[in-house]
Ligand binder design. Sequence first.
Ligand code: ADP
Length: 925
Amino acid sequence: MNKLTPVLKPLTLPNGAVLKNRLLMAPMTTCTGFYDGTVTSELVEYYRDRAGSIGTVIVECCFIDRLGPAFPGAIAIDSDDKIPGLKKIADAIKSKGSKAILQIYHGGRMVEPELIGGRTPVAPSAIAAPREGATTPKELTGEEVETMITKFGDAVNRAIKAGFDGVEIHGANTYLIQQFYSQNSNQRTDKWGGDRDKRALFPMEVLEITHKMAKRFADASFIIGYRFSPEELEVPGIRFDDTMYLLEKLAARGLDYVHFSVGQLLRPSIVDTQDPTPLITKFRAMRSETLAKVPVIGVGGVVNKSDAESALEHGFDLVAVGKACIAYPDWADRIINNDHLELYIDSHKREELNIPEPLWRFSLVDAMIRDTSVTGRKYKAGVYQEKVEAEALKLKINVVLDTDRITDIQLVKDDSLDVDFTTTFESLRTRMLVANSPHVDAITGATTQSEALKKAVSRAMTTSNKEHVIDEGGNPQAPQNFDVVVIGSGGAGLAAAIQAHDDGAHVVIIEKMPTIGGNTIKASVGMNAAETRFQKLKGIEDSKDLFYDETLKGGKFKNNPVLLREFVELAPEAIEWLAAKEIELNDITITGGMSIDRTHRPADRSAVGGFLISGLVKNINKREIEVLLETSVSEILFENGAVSGVQVVDEYNDTRILNAKSVIVATGGFSANRNMVVSYRPDLDGFVTTNHAGATGSGIAMLQRLGADTVDMGEIQIHPTVEQTTSYLISEAIRGGGAILVSQAGHRFYNEMETRDKVSAEIIGLPEKSAWIIFDEQVRANNKAADEYIAKGFVLSAPTPQELAVKLNMDPQVLADTLERYNLFVVAKKDEDFGRTTALRHPLNQGPFFAIRIAPGVHHTMGGVTINPDTAVLDAQKQIIPGAWAAGEVVGGIHGANRIGGNAVADIIIFGTLAGRKATAFSKA
Ligand code: ADP
């Protein structure tokens, strides 16, 4: 934190009052007064919330006479009964440590008759304002002008009674005071009109009476400021030298500050458009020594600290901040913290930001509201051509985008087009148009082509989004703000993002691969949980304690007991969390190391990974959560002792910063990083891996750079049944469904339902270092995954065991005998050879018979970063790294030395949702 920034330096005003820093909240209309201008409690809270670190709050303009309100919902100081309400505002601001100044005004001819009960507004002269439909006002008599000045005096008196530290005389906005000074609206011939000295008399008298009241009722530190509009466009009208003339006169009488009323700090003349010199520069060049002693406030377009610093560098002494204070009640704290701010308001956050309802609907605020219920991404409407390349397929598509959606996807005509792809294309096109997203399920049997098409559409959208940002005058590489950034689109990342969104976070998912789903999409068997509704429906009696004990035993008692207990306790809720999102895992099977059916899988018994990711992605699309594909997080940013966001590199190699108070690391394990695996386990050199290419452990490395501790890094699971030519994993559900393992010699050699590490060790111990998984038609019929393996072409099959043995280059009789013996054990429910007690489903006696050659492959990295039970990442001293959260395979400790099949999916949903919840709460704290 840089306390030395000039914007935080105190300033002593000419009257001796000290402003603790150079920052002020600008007076802004809220339209939140009662019908008669009394203060509402909403308004009190609005100001209370915005006071504090900011030096001074200038409260919105308050009309001094019942004919003075210039807009609906204006607040008033026209009678003593308004004092208590105003006092509440002053007290609220001062109790937070800021100075409270009240702006006072009269609208004059700018008042609409309907705001004053149909009466005719008053003004210096009976000349209507130069706008359509403006009412011609009634000219104030000389006596009425005198009375008007006393009303300003009464208002000052009331402001003092209400406890304000000062008043700002509103000489701007073409309201009454400006109307008197302007030769356009003041064409009087009495002492209040004529040359500019005479026209200056009214503002001078208002200042005079203000001084008198302050002298009489307040102490010397009562602040008197003056706000002015530097020029008028009208002919004749106020020019900048007229303004300087008036300011000099006012300064000579005594002012504590003058306040420019412009939309942009460095605005040049609006009359002499050839002259680019900022008015502040002219002001400084033209002012006398007397005026130079009066501090000057600049306003307009200040959002970040650099804007405020630039204002001071250009010669302003003080900086008033408008919209940014509405969007960020703690604006000053944020810039002190060097936060980078964007001027927008999350559409869900009106109440949280204490923005009164009428202000919320006011155009100034309305323009800042960003509806986060629709995607943050907007497009430049048009047609974007992209290439689709997948294996032999090479073609082009036109993606037609409207500003917020995909309106069409067309194949560019090509006579050589494969007919099959046309069908795939049509189905995918429909899915993408319905979902308004490229993230839809691939077409079965055309996965690679589907993914290539999805990617092409996604790329077109990214290109168009960048063009949109440029058209809006923005920079596509400019930092973006989120509450929560999720790294990784596997199960943990998607679950975390959904939960974070549902808890109100503005969230984005970053995925380095071209497709969503990570390694989770490959998960096969299911999700373990004990004491679930679905178990009860099936009459399965289970207990969380037993689930705990068996996981602990499977993990060789190395599991982190606190995390494991939490895992077991939250598992049934996670099953329900999915069910509520239409991801029902209501069929139940068993995996190695468990004694009870507690592995939940889809009703059609298909592999859980694809089903899960497809369901989660539908939820992501429904919520319009942004997913950036082929975008990799290269660094997690850390500032002032906490995570502050991430640096990403996208497919075009463009680097960008995404700011966020919470970053959830859900990057999965490191099984596909051979060097990393071998560095912890030299014995695994040369092993294939079942994992997708993205499982490189980058999340672990990034967190380690922030000081994160790791645990169990050498605990790397090899899966016993991996098809070696494709590295395709043969699901445990096949063994859980009744399959057996047989050596090349044709014999069973171990309890197939033992934990993965033990089964793997036995296979490696065989002379061939591989084995055959054998099953029959009944197993196939109950496991959709089997059909997938058959379709992939690595399943051998034959009508009888003997015929199958021939294909396996095995002695037919030996294999037939092995099956017969095993079938006896199934009937007796007792495996006399290897003590298998589970998944003795049915005798393997119905052809056709099937076989797949398998051997172990690197499958899961149990080790990873350390977390606490809230998923907060811990350093070596077991202290949290603020803002860093982790869930899924990137985390170590839960599974100990060996992960039980079905526990990884449970892990990602349980801890993913928890991370989403905790990270969101932290980001809002
Ligand atoms: P889990 O099962 O824990 O959810 P997965 O392996 O299914 O883990 O998903 C992790 C995802 O994270 C993968 O899709 C992977 O490509 C992605 N990923 C890993 N490192 C990065 C990174 N640095 N930036 C973006 N995505 C990453």
